[in-house]
Design a protein. Structure first.
Length: 508
């Protein structure tokens, strides 16, 4: 390996189109002096330069690393996702950001944060410049924190089980009603502590990727009844009503889905202290089973709705008012996602909330078009129309959306915008139910830039009545680099008036 001050071997050290006698020589010498991994790729994504730090870390010459490609050094478990994100960045020309493990010369893998940006030069080929920052120490801290939570939770379970046993023995033997009342209160507090410990264990499993699902066929209605019965015993002051029953066999993890229902019921009871009932409804729609839990309590402010399923988030922001660590909904969201489902909330401050989730009966069910021509498309999720004598593409979304349906529909919108060149889109969401929050980041970072590359300039988004859906919509276009004009409307007529005016001064 050459020292920084040595004359570089041009064949190995410099990518094509670099001039070792000009400013590029100074730039590359500086890159080689950095302790951080630095690399360069052409506009098509082919690596053509890595700095000396990468060579030292991997234990190979530059030419060997370039010829082998990143695939030879990436952890097999991280390869597919990192390549997918890289290809998306190549298509959208937006910043590439991901985390992956790289194998070093010592045979060990180390976590890195990768970032790359496209450098555009007038009259010259574009190229990507990227860095890989070692974040193994940060990962180690996170791992030790999760490991501590896991060990502490396991250690707490043993004495807690013994205490619960002793408390139950005393309840059976004691005759003094005053003492029995105190023991019953103790039992309630022990049950709460047991739930907190279980939640902490589940979070540590999720972070470690060790929450596995036990998929089996079970009676979905019976599972709901069991969850309701268990919560009814813990909350005698609320009448928990199952509004309707479905005689349905479902393929999933019985225990984990019952945990989701119990979490939703627990929140409904907790946040409706002055109400006396909670209503559970179920329905079958478009190949999905939908469960909703309605309370008549304090409600939730709109600003909090989109964050409720984040880890440790508490809507009331007051641990003195309601107990809990804010983990239940985070865990529930992970369980629902792993079943291919989605969740949403409708709430009005002072009037109560409706927490809902949907689960597909057949997650692999294909999305089959009912109609598909060069200027018209329709399936069970959306309709796209590109009238010949119009400068607007009309899109109507229908029903419950999720990651798969949004990605599918988003790709179709790009395809039809390219095939039927126009700059305006009328995006009607009035018939959308629930949310697609899990797809919002993808829409903002990938879909919107590709729409703009396909010609989008003016975008009218008509809101669904669902507040949670509205939050998802706003997050879906939250991209600081967007070049198109995007407006949100509650009225389709107002949206059309705005869209018709857009670009008028440019055309006349």
């Amino acid at each position: 390996m050459k020292n920084i001050g040595d004359a570089p071997d041009e064949a190995q050290k410099f990518p094509e189109n670099f001039n070792p006698n000009g400013d590029d020589l100074t730039s590359l010498l500086l890159l080689n002096a950095l302790p951080q991994q630095v690399w360069k790729a052409d506009a098509e994504g082919m690596i053509d330069y890595v700095n000396d730090t990468i060579c030292r870390d991997f234990g190979h010459e530059q030419s060997t690393i370039i010829q082998s490609g990143w695939e030879s050094f990436l952890h097999p478990e991280d390869l597919s996702e990192s390549l997918h994100i890289w290809h998306e960045s190549l298509k959208t020309e937006k910043e590439y950001t991901t985390e992956f493990r790289l194998r070093f010369a010592d045979g060990h893998y180390y976590w890195h944060l990768a970032r790359a940006v496209l450098v555009k030069r007038e009259g010259k080929p574009n190229f990507w410049v990227g860095t890989n920052t070692n974040i193994q120490d940060h990962k180690n801290i996170e791992f030790r924190k999760d490991e501590f939570i896991s060990i502490a939770s396991h250690e707490l379970k043993t004495p807690l089980t013994s205490i619960k046993g002793y408390n139950q023995m005393l309840l059976r033997k004691v005759e003094d009603e005053a003492i029995k009342a105190y023991l019953l209160r103790t039992e309630g507090q022990l049950s709460r502590l047991e739930k907190l410990i279980k939640d902490l264990l589940d979070v540590s499993k999720i972070n470690a990727g060790k929450m596995l699902l036990n998929i089996e066929s079970f009676n979905f209605s019976l599972m709901l009844q069991e969850a309701i019965t268990a919560m009814q015993q813990l909350s005698p002051n609320h009448q928990i009503i199952l509004d309707n029953q479905l005689d349905l066999q479902f393929e999933g993890d019985h225990y984990r889905l019952e945990q989701v229902v119990q979490n939703f019921l627990s929140n409904a009871v907790k946040y409706s202290p002055d109400a006396d009932r909670v209503v559970v409804t179920t329905a079958l729609k478009d190949g999905n089973v939908i469960v909703s839990v309605t309370d008549f309590g304090i409600g939730i402010e709109t600003v909090h709705l989109g964050k409720l399923f984040d880890r440790y988030y508490r809507a009331d922001n007051s641990s003195a008012r309601f107990d809990g660590l804010g983990l239940g909904l985070f865990i529930s969201a992970e369980i629902i996602k792993r079943h291919g489902g989605s969740f949403w909330i409708e709430s009005e401050l002072g009037k109560g909330s409706v927490f809902s989730f949907k689960l597909p009966l057949d997650p692999s069910r294909p999305i089959v078009p009912e109609m598909r021509t060069t200027d018209h498309y329709k399936d069970r999720y959306l309709t796209i129309s590109c009238p010949e004598n119009d400068d607007i593409m009309y899109v109507e979304w229908v029903g419950h959306q999720d990651m798969r349906s949004v990605k599918h529909g988003g790709a179709l919108m790009i395809e039809y915008l390219k095939a039927n060149p126009r700059s305006k889109v009328f995006n009607d969401n009035r018939l959308v139910l629930g949310t697609w929050s899990e797809a919002s980041d993808w829409a903002a970072e990938t879909w919107l830039p590709l729409m703009e590359l396909a010609g989008l300039q003016f975008f009218a988004w008509i809101f669904s009545a669902s507040v949670f859906s509205q939050l998802s919509a706003q997050k879906s276009v939250d991209n600081e680099e967007k070049t198109s004009q995007i407006e949100f409307f509650h009225s389709a007529d107002e949206a059309m008036v705005w869209l018709r005016k857009c670009g008028y001064s440019l055309e006349h």
